[in-house]
Ligand binder design. Structure first.
Ligand code: MF3
Ligand code: CO
Ligand code: CO
Length: 316
């Protein structure tokens, strides 16, 4: 995951990045930097002026979003369409998940479904990941590798995480499924509260707000329910590529981090643990992330767009 922003707690570095990184000077009559084909003065000039008028508090890690993560109308339409295929693939997973099914069969069905709709599964061979989707069962936090040997049984809690590339645009989402529809009250509560964390995070996202508003809403709800939040991994910008800035932490403080502006697409994907927040990576496959204490973990993920007035869900 791209956590370059999260690592930049050094104030000097953050300041330098936000002033010079990814910002192209544009003349009024030139074509806008966003690639819309419109003149700058009719496109992102007011937007840039509004950002220029903001006094970023570098001590709160407040930074200007880089231009490469701002989507134009065509990009947004592309991501939205990719999201439709991605959602339908997650629906298919929901129909197939039953006691006795192995996770490699789910992966194969997802692969075939995405291809038959003109897309491609972004996770396949991504950084060497060997399968099309991630399937993470019980104490697996994320990046579970589908396998014919992983056979789902009644009461398992399972995350399927799917990213579709359609026409070059990425949409990333995951859902929890309870195998057989029934599990323990403890596991069910973890699944439900984790979904609430994601939804509260998304509800806190608004244009001209701050990334930390999302993080705080997610994390506070998890902690209020006695759970811990995984901080080793997080959400990310997504759309024109798989993992873009910013790194989206699921704990944090309101009013901190990157400015949220219309045209940004990012994921909110809290990983919430029943026990301790620490995780281990499987030494043999180098992918599977498990809770260090082997207690349960849950995750839900949506891709969201920051609009002029609020948020649009692009994949869920
Ligand atoms: N879809 C995951 C995310 O939410 C990333 C999976 S990368 C993989 O960002 F290689 F494990 F597939
Ligand atoms: Co994902
Ligand atoms: Co993601």
């Amino acid at each position: 995951m791209d956590n370059s922003v999260a690592k930049n707690y050094n104030v000097g570095i953050v300041k330098q990045r936000s002033m010079f990184m990814g910002k192209k000077k544009n003349d009024r009559n030139e074509l806008c930097w966003c690639g819309s084909g419109r003149k700058y003065k009719k496109c992102h000039r007011d937007f840039d002026e509004r950002i220029d008028s903001i006094k970023f508090n570098y001590y709160k890690g407040q930074v200007r979003p880089p231009q490469n993560i701002i989507n134009n109308e065509k990009d947004i339409d592309g991501i939205r369409k990719s999201g439709v295929v991605n959602n339908a693939t997650l629906d298919l997973m929901g129909e197939m998940i039953k006691p006795g099914i192995d996770t490699a069969s789910l992966d194969k069905a997802a692969y075939e479904f995405i291809l038959s709709h003109g897309g491609y599964p972004a996770s396949l061979n991504y950084e060497g990941f060997p399968k099309s989707v991630c399937i993470s069962v019980n104490d697996v936090v994320c990046h579970g590798i589908p396998s014919p040997d992983t056979i789902l049984k009644e009461g398992d809690i399972v995350n399927v995480d799917i990213t579709t590339i359609l026409d070059g645009y990425y949409a990333d989402a995951s859902r929890m499924y309870v195998v057989g529809g029934k599990t323990t009250p403890e596991a069910q509560r973890l699944v439900d509260v984790t979904k609430e964390c994601m939804n509260l995070g998304i509800a806190a996202a608004k244009p001209w707000g701050w990334l930390g508003d999302i993080s705080a809403a997610c994390g506070n709800h998890a902690h209020a329910n006695g759970y811990s939040v995984v901080t080793a991994l997080g959400g990310h910008g997504v759309g024109k590529d798989y993992h873009l800035e910013p790194f989206v932490a699921h704990v944090g403080e309101k009013g901190t981090g990157m400015l949220l502006v219309p045209g940004m697409t990012l994921t909110v994907e809290p990983m919430i643990n029943q026990g301790k927040p620490e995780v281990d990576i499987d030494e043999k496959d180098n992918w599977t992330v498990r809770t260090a204490d082997h207690k349960l973990s849950a995750q839900w993920e949506k891709t969201i767009l920051i609009t002029e007035t609020g948020v649009e869900i692009m994949s869920s």
